[in-house]
Unconditional design. Sequence first.
Length: 186
Amino acid sequence: MLDPDKPVEVDLGFGRGEFILEMARNRPEVEFVGLEIRQYLIEKVRARLQEDPRANVHVLTANVKRHLSTLFDPGMLSRVYVHFPDPWTQRKRHHKRRMVDADLVSTLHTLLRPRGEVHLMTDKSDVGTEILALFEGHGGFENVCGAGQFCLGSTTGVHTREEMYYIGRGDPVFRLRFVRKADGED
Ligand SMILES: C[S@@+](CC[C@H](N)C(=O)[O-])C[C@H]1O[C@@H](n2cnc3c(N)ncnc32)[C@H](O)[C@@H]1O
């Protein structure tokens, strides 16, 4: 299903899919895979793909926390996007459901090729700070925007629906970009 000669980029929790569809249009040389837990959102994107086919977009129903590690081979991914993954994390009892935790960071380290990238966004400063600490604490990633720093602008050049919502309200967006170090790299 995926062209083995093309790089693979994965969007975790793509929502209505505008981001993955635009990225796929801009970069036909890349295979884009979207994972989403809500079936109706998969169907929305599939309907859009029927009207406007794009051979390099593949969407799958999946719970990232349970299925991501089983879907790809180690070193297979060039980039992973994690944009506004947790709408409900204000409540403490929901913290264990956060998509980005130590297990996800470790899975991404396994699945990304050396120098592969993870791009993340959240509207919540505490979630952003926690994500930053998880990636920097792992040791296998470099913070492209500077140790301990968030990125100052879009890291992809394409805005997601959720990002536009917060920009429209004048709220801050916390952006991060990490590169998977090559094995043996400091
Ligand atoms: C706030 S929306 C953000 C959508 C999109 N990334 C954006 O930036 O516009 C979060 C999305 O993540 C999905 N999601 C949450 N937890 C997930 C999980 N464990 N596996 C797959 N998708 C998940 C939700 O269904 C929802 O569509």
